[in-house]
Design a binder for this molecule. Structure first.
Ligand SMILES: Cc1ncc(COP(=O)(O)O)c(C=O)c1O
Length: 458
């Protein structure tokens, strides 16, 4: 009798707790949905109705530990993604796992760890080939970043192929990394640098580009997405025009890779570069893609171990692609981290990212335009969520410094695009550049902070 009663109380007690747990979890889900809905609120402006944002936004933000930090006692609002992006747990954990369980040198030994490291490193190359839709893994060269990739092509291809009076075309909205290497090699070879102009909307003047192309043009190197003003350039058209003259084209994809799906076979560029750290991967790693035919005929850029087949004191023969361009021990963990980041981005989906970022851009631009004295530099039809602006009576550096005290990180200066800034008649601007993990609420915090700063400055 006693046992029966005890059993009855036990079952009743357990049932009560199970029901309570179910109710609590229902309540929790409702509150999460409510929070999510704040991000999905309907926002209207003159042209657009923003109905929803990234569906898994809340979960996505939780993937980035740094986004939950505070700066000067305020929650961080990170709007400097054009400079570098933040890293998700999965990338951080993958790099830790590599060093904890797989660390060895690649291509050099038969022991277990070397094999593990080699497998992961070459696997990363395959992931990147797939992400970019390149046709061959041999066309994927690991470099330190976009800057090194462009230097490699300018030095190796340029030194072999440029002759006096040849012409290299770049654009007026290039990052210094896609100006200086060409300037130096043109000087060395007696070649000339030609510039595609930028109009007042911040778009390339394609008619002028077509006029610049001629029998002396040897190379075209153009940015896909401007880091200075956010313009997305019509790279397919730029490439096909150059190909009419059999001229190879390099696309600087640094600011495109985090926002736009890249399809190299469709784009048909001859070279493509990007940096891992801008696309949620680690610093110190990047990719140079080159069509096999070009890479095969180019001399090595750096020399040393791994890029050779045979070495004697009389003569060295070089390794096959891609190793011919990867001298010395590469950034193994960086390549693995980058591949993890790209898989993560693919998991979110470029369509989701583009949709959400478009909403952010429309909302942000509207809010900025409501500020007296505001001048936005470049309002191209096709843009990523990056806005450069100046405000009458307030210096960009002061704005950036004071916003930092409000927890808001933006970039100020010339953004390594001095000629572009000069074409807008300014030496510096404020630049806000958003990623898929940014929210409408963060834009509100930024605008409120900006207004506060302006009240103090003006
Ligand atoms: C468009 C563009 N190209 C090239 C670079 C250079 O990239 P990295 O410094 O990672 O080599 C940047 C960096 O800001 C960039 O935005």
């Amino acid at each position: 009798m006693f046992y029966r009663r005890a059993l009855f109380y036990l079952i009743a007690w357990a049932s009560f707790h199970i029901i309570a747990l179910i109710l609590l979890s229902l309540l929790f889900r409702m509150s999460i949905n409510k929070l999510g809905k704040t991000s999905k609120s309907v926002i209207t402006n003159s042209e657009h109705t923003i109905k929803d944002t990234l569906p898994n936004l809340m979960a996505t933000r939780d993937d980035f530990p740094i986004l939950h930090s505070t700066v000067h006692g305020k929650p961080l609002v990170y709007f400097d993604n054009g400079a570098t992006s933040q890293k998700p747990h999965t990338v951080i954990d993958r790099i830790t796992k590599y060093y904890e369980t797989e660390n060895g040198n690649v291509h050099r030994a038969v022991h277990h760890l070397s094999e593990l490291a080699g497998h992961a490193y070459e696997g990363a190359r395959d992931t990147i080939k797939t992400y970019l839709n390149a046709s061959k893994r041999e066309e994927i060269i690991f470099v330190r970043g976009a800057t090194e990739g462009i230097n490699l092509v300018a030095s190796s291809w340029g030194r072999k192929n440029l002759r006096p009076d040849d012409e290299v075309i770049i654009s007026g909205m290039e990052h210094h990394s896609n100006i200086v290497p060409w300037q130096l090699i043109c000087e060395e070879r007696g070649a000339k640098l030609r510039i595609i102009p930028v109009d007042e909307n911040g778009e390339l003047v394609l008619d002028e580009y077509k006029k610049l192309l001629n029998e002396n043009t040897r190379f075209v190197s153009v940015v896909y997405v401007s880091n200075g003003i956010g313009t997305i350039n019509p790279v397919k058209e730029i490439i096909s025009e150059a190909h009419k003259y059999n001229v190879p084209v390099l696309i600087d994809g640094c600011q495109a890779a985090p926002h736009i799906a890249i399809d190299l076979q469709d784009m048909d560029c001859d070279f493509f570069v990007f940096s891992g750290h801008k696309v949620f991967g680690p610093t110190g790693i990047g990719v140079l893609y080159g069509k096999e035919a070009y890479l095969n005929e180019m001399p090595p850029y750096q020399s040393g171990g791994d890029m050779i087949k045979t070495v004697s004191f009389e003569k060295t023969t070089f390794n096959d692609l891609p190793y011919k361009f990867e001298a010395g021990t590469p950034d193994i963990s960086g390549a693995i981290g980058l591949a993890t980041a790209l898989n993560y981005v693919s998991g979110i989906g470029h369509a989701n990212i583009a949709h959400h970022e478009k909403n952010l851009l429309v909302y942000l631009t509207d809010k900025l335009k409501a500020i007296p004295g505001m001048r936005i530099l470049g309002e191209a039809k096709n843009k990523i969520c990056l806005v450069s602006f100046v405000i009458e009576g307030a210096h960009p550096l002061d704005i950036g410094t004071m916003l930092d005290f409000e927890g808001v990180a933006i970039r100020t200066g010339n953004h390594c695009t001095q000629p572009l800034m000069e074409s807008f008649g300014v030496s510096a601007s404020c630049r806000v550049s958003l990623a898929f993990y940014n929210t409408i609420e963060e834009i509100d915090v930024f605008i409120e902070a900006l207004n506060k700063v302006l009240r103090l400055l003006k």
